[in-house]
Design a protein around this ligand. Structure first.
Ligand SMILES: [Zn+2]
Length: 317
C-alpha cells in the first residue's frame, strides 16, 4: 500500500522519493475541500497522483496545496502539481513565495548541494503563477468549510519553513523541523529511529531548539513527518529531535569553520552510532543513512562557517 491512515480524514502518501519507499510522504486531508500537504519533487508526481487516486481524490478535487518549505523533496514538484490541480491555491511561508514563483535561485542553491545528481534525483523545477500563491505569516490560518490549519514560522532548518497544525486532529505537519523518522522500509532496520535533519543552508541548532520549545508548548497529539509517517504521542518526536541536537552541539566545540567536510562527517557519524547504541541498537551499520549524513555534515559545516563570519548586514538570524 502506498497510502496510510494518519488520523481522522488525514492520509499519508508514499512519494517514493529517490525511488525508495518510506523516504518521503505527502499528506491528504480529505474533507469537503481536499488539502494536499507537500508535493514532493517532480520525480514523485506519479506516486503522488496514484496515491491520491487510491484515496478517491483527483487533481480537480484539490482546493489547497500546502508546502512546508521549498526544498526540492518537499516542493520541487509544486509547479507540476499546481498545473494539474487547476482549482487549488498554493499556501506557504512568506519567504518561500518568491522561490516558488521563480525557482531559478533555488535551483542554483540546490545544484551547489547536490551537484550533478540534482536532475536525476529531483527532476525539473517549474514556476507557479504568483497569483495562485497565498503566504501565511506566523499563526495565520487557512479556514475551509470543515478544517482550520494554523501556520507557524519555524526557523532552524530553513528560514522559509512553516509547520502547520491541523486543529481538528491536533497533529502538526512538521516538514523537516521536528526530526526525521527513519522507518524500516527505508533503512532495512527492524526498528524506527529518529534524528534531526541539519542540511544546508539555514541550519542553526539554537534556533531549531527554540522552535521545538515553541511547538511543543502547543500540546499536540501527533507529528505528521514528511520523512516519514506519524509519531504519536508527539512528545517522542520532540524528544528524539532534542537528543540528536544535543549530540550535534557536543561535537561543535571540536570543530570550527576551518574543519574539513571529512572531519565533520566523521564526528557526526560517531554521534549517530552512539545515539543508536544508547537507544538499544549497538553496532548498527549506518550505511542506509549515508545520504543524510552527507547532507547533514554539509549543513553543520555551513553553520560553522556562517557563525564564524557573524551575522550578515540586515540579517538577524
Ligand atoms: Zn526534507
Amino acid at each position: 500500500m502506498a497510502t496510510f491512515r494518519a488520523a481522522d480524514e488525514v492520509y499519508g502518501i508514499d512519494l517514493f522519493e529517490e525511488g525508495r519507499p518510506g523516504r518521503s510522504s505527502a499528506y491528504l486531508i480529505r474533507g469537503r475541500e481536499p488539502i494536499l500537504v507537500e508535493t514532493g519533487s517532480a520525480n514523485s508526481q506519479e506516486a503522488l497522483w496514484s496515491g491520491l487516486a487510491e484515496l478517491g481524490v483527483g487533481p480537480e478535487d484539490l482546493r489547497h496545496v500546502v508546502v512546508t518549505h521549498v526544498h526540492l523533496d518537499h516542493a520541487g514538484g509544486a509547479g507540476q502539481t499546481m498545473a494539474r490541480a487547476t482549482k487549488a491555491l498554493l499556501h506557504c511561508h512568506p519567504r518561500a513565495a518568491r522561490h516558488l514563483a521563480d525557482p531559478r535561485r533555488l535551483e542554483a542553491g540546490a545544484r551547489a548541494v547536490y551537484g550533478e545528481r540534482l536532475d536525476a534525483m529531483f527532476g525539473p523545477i517549474l514556476p507557479v503563477a504568483a497569483d495562485r500563491i497565498v503566504v501565511h505569516e506566523d499563526e495565520s490560518a487557512l479556514k475551509t468549510r470543515d478544517r482550520i490549519l494554523r501556520f507557524y514560522d519555524t526557523p532552524g532548518h530553513a528560514k522559509h519553513h512553516t509547520c502547520v497544525v491541523d486543529e481538528a486532529t491536533r497533529g502538526i505537519f512538521s516538514g523537516d523541523t521536528i526530526g526525521i523518522r527513519y522507518v524500516p522500509s527505508y533503512t532495512g532496520w527492524d526498528f524506527v529511529y529518529g534524528f534531526p535533519t541539519t542540511t544546508p543552508s539555514d541550519f542553526d541548532p539554537e534556533v531549531m531548539l527554540e522552535t521545538l520549545d515553541r511547538l511543543e508548548a502547543l500540546n499536540l497529539r501527533a507529528v505528521y513527518h514528511t520523512h516519514y509517517g506519524v509519531t504519536e504521542p508527539a512528545r517522542e518526536a520532540f524528544q528524539f529531535s532534542r537528543r540528536g541536537l544535543r549530540r550535534i552541539q557536543q561535537i561543535l566545540p571540536l570543530l570550527s569553520d576551518a574543519s574539513t567536510y571529512e572531519e565533520v562527517a566523521e564526528a557526526l557519524g560517531r554521534q549517530v552510532r552512539e545515539d543508536l547504541a544508547s537507544q538499544g541498537h549497538p553496532g548498527v551499520d549506518v550505511a542506509p543513512l549515508a545520504l543524510d549524513l552527507m547532507l547533514n555534515s554539509q549543513g553543520i559545516l555551513v553553520y560553522l562557517q556562517k557563525r564564524a563570519q557573524g551575522p550578515r548586514e540586515g540579517e538577524k538570524r
